[in-house]
Design a protein around this ligand. Structure first.
Ligand SMILES: NC(=O)c1ccc[n+]([C@@H]2O[C@H](COP(=O)([O-])OP(=O)(O)OC[C@H]3O[C@@H](n4cnc5c(N)ncnc54)[C@H](OP(=O)(O)O)[C@@H]3O)[C@@H](O)[C@H]2O)c1
Length: 351
C-alpha cells in the first residue's frame, strides 16, 4: 500500500498498524516536507516523495491500496487518482471529498473501487450501514466531542489562544484538525463528507455533542431502532478496520469496559458560539463549489490563526465572508476545482 502523509498523526499511527499486520506491506511513502529516509529504510520502501504532486509516485509504485492521510486540499489529487482507477482508497483526508464532492463521486462510480473512510465517525456509520437495505435507513447522527471550548459562550471565546485550541480533550491529532474541532468546522466538514460518502440528503444527517467521544456515530432505522458504534477514541481502530477490510484483524487495544462506568451524554451543538457548523451545512446544501470554498477559506483562516495573524473568533468571520463573495458555480474538472480553491483562499483577508 501507499501511505500518503506518512509523517503526520494518522500516518504514524498507520505505520504502527501496518507493522503489526504481516499481510500489509508498504510500497510508497509521502510527506509535505518531513524527510522519510529512516521510515523508508525500516520498511524497505523504494518509492518516496517529499512535497509536490503525489500522482507520479502513485503511477510509479502501483499500489493496491492508498491510505490518503495528507491534510487539506493537497490531498485532492491522490483521492481522485485512486477513485478513478478503482484502487482501494482508505481516506483520512476529509477535505478532498468535501472540496471535490461531485467530481470525486463521479470518479468513484467510474472506477468502481472501494472507498473506506478513516474517520472514526464515518467508519462507524459505514459499519452500521453495512449490508442494510437503503430504504430501511432513516437518518444518521454524527457525534462531536465539542473540542476544548465546548462549554464556552461566544463572549468567552474572545480570548481563546492557539495553545488552548490545540489542547483537545479526547483526541490526539494534527494541528489543523485540532483547531477545526475547536471551531466545529471539523464536524461541518464531516457533515459534507457524509453526504457524499453515504449519498444522504443533509436533512438526514444530524450532529450532536457527545463529550466523551465513546459513541462515534448512530444510524437510525425506519422502524425506530437506532444502531450505535462505540469504542474508546483511538484512530488505530478505524485505520485497522480500513486496512484489513473486510477481515477485521485483531488490534492490541483495550476493549470497552462498561463496568467501570461510561458516560454517554448528548446535547445540541451551540451554533451561536460555533457558527462554522451551520455555515458548512449551508455550503453543502447550496452545492456546486460552495463546499470547496468553505474548505479553502477555512484552511487559510486556520493557518492564519495558527500563525498568530488572526484571532480564534475571526476564523468563522473569514469563512462567512468568503462564502458571501464566491459564486459557487460547479467545477467540471480538476482545473475548475483548483481555481475555485485558489480564488476562495485569495479572498481570505488577513493582515
Ligand atoms: N489525526 C486524526 O486523528 C484524524 C482523524 C480523522 C481524520 N483525520 C484527517 O486525516 C488527515 C491528516 O490529519 P493528521 O491529523 O494526520 O494531520 P498532520 O498530523 O498534520 O499530518 C499531515 C500529513 O500531510 C502532509 N502534508 C502536509 N501538507 C502537505 C502537502 N501540501 N502536500 C503533501 N503532503 C502534505 C504532512 O507532511 P509534513 O509532516 O511534511 O508536513 C503530514 O505527513 C486530515 O485530513 C484530517 O482531517 C485525522
Amino acid at each position: 500500500m501507499a501511505l500518503l502523509g506518512a509523517s503526520g498523526s494518522i500516518g504514524r499511527q498507520a505505520v504502527d498498524v501496518i507493522a503489526a499486520q504481516p499481510g500489509l506491506a508498504l510500497c510508497a511513502l509521502s510527506s509535505g516536507s518531513t524527510p522519510l529516509d529512516d521510515l523508508a529504510a525500516a520498511h524497505g520502501v523504494e518509492h518516496v516523495q517529499v512535497g509536490g504532486d503525489v500522482t507520479a509516485l502513485l503511477d510509479a509504485s502501483e499500489p493496491d491500496v492508498v491510505l490518503n492521510a495528507i491534510v487539506g486540499f493537497a490531498g485532492v489529487r491522490a483521492t481522485l487518482w485512486s477513485l478513478e482507477r478503482g484502487v482501494t482508497l482508505a481516506r483520512a483526508n476529509k477535505e478532498s471529498l468535501v472540496a471535490a464532492g461531485e467530481l470525486a463521486v463521479a470518479a468513484w462510480a467510474r472506477g468502481g473501487g472501494l472507498l473506506l473512510p478513516v474517520d472514526s465517525e464515518h467508519s462507524a456509520v459505514f459499519q452500521c450501514l453495512e449490508g442494510r437495505p437503503r430504504e430501511t435507513v432513516d437518518s444518521i447522527v454524527l457525534t462531536a466531542s465539542g473540542g476544548p471550548f465546548r462549554d464556552r459562550s461566544r463572549a468567552e471565546l474572545e480570548s481563546a489562544g492557539v495553545e488552548e485550541a490545540l489542547a483537545h480533550p479526547t483526541w490526539s491529532m494534527g494541528p489543523k484538525i485540532t483547531v477545526d474541532s475547536a471551531t466545529l468546522a471539523n464536524k461541518g466538514l464531516e457533515l459534507i463528507e457524509a453526504h457524499f460518502l453515504f449519498d444522504l440528503p443533509y436533512d438526514s444527517i444530524e450532529v450532536v455533542v457527545h463529550p466523551t467521544s465513546v459513541v462515534h456515530a448512530i444510524v437510525r432505522l425506519r422502524d425506530g431502532a437506532a444502531l450505535a458504534h462505540l469504542g474508546y477514541p483511538d484512530m488505530r481502530v478505524p485505520i485497522s478496520f480500513a486496512l484489513t477490510y473486510p477481515s477485521r484483524e485483531p488490534t492490541p487495544l483495550a476493549q470497552l469496559d462498561f463496568a467501570s462506568g461510561l458516560t454517554l451524554e448528548f446535547h445540541e451543538p451551540d451554533l451561536e458560539a460555533f457558527p462554522l457548523l451551520a455555515l458548512a451545512r449551508e455550503a453543502g446544501e447550496r452545492g456546486g463549489t460552495f463546499p470547496c470554498a468553505f474548505n479553502a477559506a477555512n484552511e487559510a483562516a486556520v493557518q492564519a490563526f495558527l500563525d498568530g495573524r488572526i484571532r480564534f473568533l475571526d476564523i468563522d468571520g473569514a469563512v462567512s465572508d468568503v462564502l458571501a463573495r464566491v459564486d459557487g458555480s460547479p467545477a467540471h474538472d480538476l482545473d475548475d476545482l483548483v481555481e475555485a480553491d485558489r480564488s476562495a483562499r485569495d479572498l481570505v483577508a488577513v493582515a
